[in-house]
Structure formats: structure tokens, C-alpha cells
Design a binder for this molecule. Sequence first.
Ligand SMILES: [Fe+2]
Ligand SMILES: [Fe+2]
Length: 187
Amino acid sequence: MEYALMNEKLKNTLNPDRYAHSKGVEEFAAILAQKHGVDTQKARIAGLLHDLAKNMDKEISREIIEKSNVDNSIKETPSLWHGPVGAMLLEKEYEITDPEIFDAVFYHTIGKVNMPPLTKIIYVADAIEPGRDEYFSWSKACRETALSDLDKAVLEVTDRTINSLIERGMKINPVCIDIHNQMVQKY
Ligand SMILES: [Fe+2]
Ligand SMILES: [Fe+2]
């Protein structure tokens, strides 16, 4: 499918704020890809489409998740469904079969240890694209970090997530701790 068609289809699928966020992720992912020697076209497509299932009917998402073999920790957390569900719809909805794009969309919210480069880029860009206004000054600093050291940005995004879950009295998915432990060794 041509890029223009994908863009149009996504625009009709998402609410305007979510579409604007997707364009922000696309742009920042392309910049990060260029900086870190990753295919910029793939980064654009993964960034544009990463939230393709975000505004989907919850019951349809639930059916797809229940039939899939994703971890129970994901099955129990509806806010994480749209990553795997989106990845599983890439081929049917957008004719995308690229395994790197699949992985990046699948893991963009939760991340995983040993993330491939494109997955790291979407994980980071999703959290800190310029349109996100939560933690504004932190995001700005983290964008600078991401341009020079992608792994450091992965650590910072993960730690921000862990801290925010603690502040809100919520459960922490063990994957976050695993990513923290893997990345923190480097610094
Ligand atoms: Fe998302
Ligand atoms: Fe997103």
C-alpha cells in the first residue's frame, strides 16, 4: 500500500489528537532513525501506524487478544492491548509484512529486553514526541539524550514509566524492571 493511502486510512481510523500524536511519533522516529543508522522509511511507517488499534472497539480488541498467545500480564492490562492488536492487524489493514515494523508496533507500549533498534526508536519516540505535553521539560531533555544515546533514552523512558506507576499506586509489569536492569548496566 502506498504511503499516502496508509496515511489517509489511519487518519480516518483515529481521533484527531491521536492522529496528531502519530504524526509526531513518525517525524521524531525518522529523525532518530537517521541519527542511529536505521531505515528511515521503516521508522516513518512504524511511527505513523504504531497506534493504529488505539481507538478500536474494546470488545473486538479483547477477542483478538484472547485468541492470541500474548503474555498473561498483557492480557490482564487493557491499556497494553493496542500494541499487539495493532501489530496483528498490520498485514490485513495495511499490507505490511515487515517483521521489524511488526515488532516495533507490538512492543511500543511495554517494550522488552533486547529490543531491536527500530523497536527502541518507536518505544522512545512514542513517549517523548514533541506533541506530548506530559512531563514537558523532562521530554525535552530526553529528546536531546535520544539523539546522542538511544539506550540511555530507553532507560530514561522506562524509569519515568516505573516512577509514574509508583506515584499512581499502580502495578509495575516485570518487563519494565527487566528493561531497567538490562539498560542500567551500561551506565
Ligand atoms: Fe500506543
Ligand atoms: Fe502512541
